[in-house]
Design a protein around this ligand. Sequence first.
Ligand code: SF4
Length: 439
Amino acid sequence: MKDYCTQMEAAKKGIITPEMEIVSAKEEINVDKLMELVACGQVAIPANIYHNSLSPEGIGTGLKTKINVNLGISGDCKDYDMEMQKVDLAIKYGAESIMDLSNYGKTNVFRQELIKKSPAMIGTVPMYDAIGYLEKDLLEITAKDFLRVIEAHAKEGVDFMTIHAGINRRTVEAFKRDRRRMNIVSRGGSLLFAWMEMTGNENPFYEYYDDVLEILRRYDVTISLGDALRPGCIDDSSDAGQLCELIELGNLTKWAWEHDVQVMVEGPGHMALDEIASNMKMEKRLCHNAPFYVLGPLVTDIAPGYDHITAAIGGAVAAASGADFLCYVTPAEHLRLPDLADVKEGIIATKIAAHAADIAKGVKGAREADNRMSEARHKVDWEEMFSIAIDEEKARAYYESTPPSDRHTCSMCGKMCAVRTTNMILEGKKVELLKLDEK
Ligand code: SF4
């Protein structure tokens, strides 16, 4: 019998859990230091007691930036096999987290299979599932009903849940007063706003926050405090609604920690490049250094079809400035449910952003792969280069699609390969380009 319920409770009691041991080995961080970071909330280890296939990861201060892949069944695309193939892709390319955003029919069958097979942590947004799970329309759902959905997900083994508890009456007032271009673009946030406006009630996740925390504590589910008022265009960022909600999220963070529930805080959204760094610092300040989970931020609104790039630019700056966890964005963002190719593009773009940020943040070991790649390039060792590449298949396919006549170069510069020329001179050899033509 364990004498703790959550990773945070264990850490506060000075107990090193098996999950902390695994994370400390993965991150090459001293386990006592890690325990201290979990105890004070700067690191979360989302690990539901019923997720038996989980390979635990830590999210937060001093650790590698993690990435999340969204997938799930929707009303317009009910292809279970396709969604499972996306799961396989996410695992193959090393995503540390998968969010099941299924919002159609009985989603538990897909989710249970996902939890059974996934070493990645699993997140959900119970609000999306409420209508299907409860078989009631929005207006008929009661506050207690919402709690039942949270408990159902927790029992299944979900590691973290996005719960939009910060859009309470005060936040709504600020949002309505300070008009914005795109209003609310968070799916869960918009449903809650609609429920609150139609019923006249307070946000049930805010009103019954203690009950929410009690459920999450029992299964060691990490709360990911959703930002219902995340800006949906760059013109809405850093406005009264966003900041008012962030202040509430800071309050809810402390409240959760008092119950030993681990916390992540969610962030924007869409945001101009020059606002990102200060937003990250403000989040850390207002939310007491809790791990920060960002969706993007997308740094421009005019690139549909390329939003994996707009998000990766913002994600790299965000993570370099303090964000700990990046939600992937695919080229299909704003346009349709992503297909397999979109998922792969989104994962790779987000991994690049996370890795670039880790180099900038000085995360332990982050530069090692880059240095090994440089060594391989210096030696013009193609196999070594492919094996280090974030996307080995694509790198190899590009090289082989236009093979050079001399494999000590590539088809970009051919015989004028700068690397080879310099290597030859430094080795005391002559460079005779015309003679190379004769070979
Ligand atoms: S040919 Fe040009 S691009 Fe290709 S490896 Fe040599 S220097 Fe690099």
